[in-house]
Write a protein that binds this ligand. Structure first.
Ligand SMILES: Nc1ncnc2c1ncn2[C@@H]1O[C@H](COP(=O)(O)OP(=O)(O)OP(=O)(O)O)[C@@H](O)[C@H]1O
Ligand SMILES: [Mg+2]
Length: 297
């Protein structure tokens, strides 16, 4: 609680305007012709992207393609070499840090948090931007709802640092949800999660979009992206190779080239969502009677 109250005290002294609920389809983050250089290398080049209220946008692409960098740019956490970044209709430089915190929440890729604090306090840190506003009255309810949604209520009193990797990832997401910003920027929220909780997290993304938020989520699982995203942007070498509804942009040839791994795309027998499967050596041609029999390992 100590850290939370010090942080909220700091934020309460800053002036800020609480954002109105976004109009469906409103552009909550817009990037125009963005170039980013890091360590002397061009990491993003010529990026145009808009995150809209009511939509789940998946960022996919191979390691090093620029997904986390793009998410950081959308979060206004990164200086652009050139190009425009607008959040909630205004250039990023026009917002103060407390005002930004009411407009976008960010789940970093590697939650380098090793707080010794109880889980509940970690989630409550997400409420810091609301201190001093009329909405601070909802803090306890919002924290409880965020913990319930991510299924971490059972360990509310345990130290965050004593949780498993997947449990920590869900607590980190609960903190982001508790922030109640209309733009959610989530970097690989499912990377450490089991099957049930991967689905849970993507359902939460859909619920937030249905409630009017804009959700941008980095995913490596193209099946999850296809099943849950309204649009997907495929990044390749710092550029957007293609963007659009997954059923339109998840193309065998394009994905095989971008990932440097032959893949096949099938339509799911129910619903038709694309399923992306690596081309693998058939078990029969792997040889060995033991393998075929599923026996000795
Ligand atoms: N601070 C930095 N200095 C120099 N290069 C950097 C820096 N940060 C990132 N990069 C490079 O920028 C490229 C994009 O990195 P980024 O983290 O955005 O990739 P990513 O698509 O998120 O990959 P992953 O799937 O592995 O998370 C990489 O080649 C990376 O090595
Ligand atoms: Mg990344």
């Amino acid at each position: 609680m100590g850290v939370t109250s010090r942080l909220t005290g700091l934020l309460a002294r800053n002036k800020r305007t609480v954002p109105a609920r976004p109009v469906p389809g409103a552009a909550l983050a817009e990037i125009e012709d963005l170039y980013v250089r890091l360590g002397g290398r061009e990491v993003l080049a010529g990026i145009d992207l808009t995150a809209r209220a009511g939509e789940v946008l998946a960022l996919v692409g191979p390691n090093g393609a620029g997904k986390s960098t793009l998410l950081a740019a959308l979060a206004a956490d990164l200086p652009a070499a050139s190009g425009g970044i607008r959040i909630d209709g205004r250039p990023v430089g026009d917002w103060s840090a407390p005002e930004l915190a009411l407009r976008r929440s960010v789940l970093p890729q590697s939650a380098a948090l090793s707080f010794p604090f109880p889980v509940e306090d970690v989630v409550r840190m997400g409420r810091a931007p609301w201190a001093g506003t009329p909405f601070a009255d909802s803090d306890e309810r919002v924290v409880a709802e965020a913990m319930a949604a991510t299924e971490v209520t059972d360990f509310a009193a345990r130290p965050f640092s004593a949780l498993s990797g997947g449990e920590r990832a869900r607590v980190a997401l609960a903190r982001v949800l508790a922030q109640q910003a209309p733009l959610l920027l989530l970097d690989e929220p499912t990377a450490a999660l089991d099957l049930r909780h991967q689905e849970l997290v993507l359902r939460i993304c859909r619920e937030r979009a249905a409630a009017g938020d804009a959700v941008v989520v980095v995913l490596h699982d193209l099946g999850l992206a296809a099943a849950y995203a309204d649009r997907a942007a495929v990044l390749h070498d710092g550029r957007i190779a293609t963007a659009g509804p997954p059923a339109e942009v998840f193309d065998d040839a394009l994905l095989s080239r971008v990932y440097r791994q032959p893949v096949e795309v099938f339509a799911h027998p129910r619903g038709g969502a694309p399923m992306v499967v690596p081309v693998r050596v058939a078990p029969a041609s792997r040889g060995g009677a033991d393998t075929a029999a599923g026996g000795a390992i």
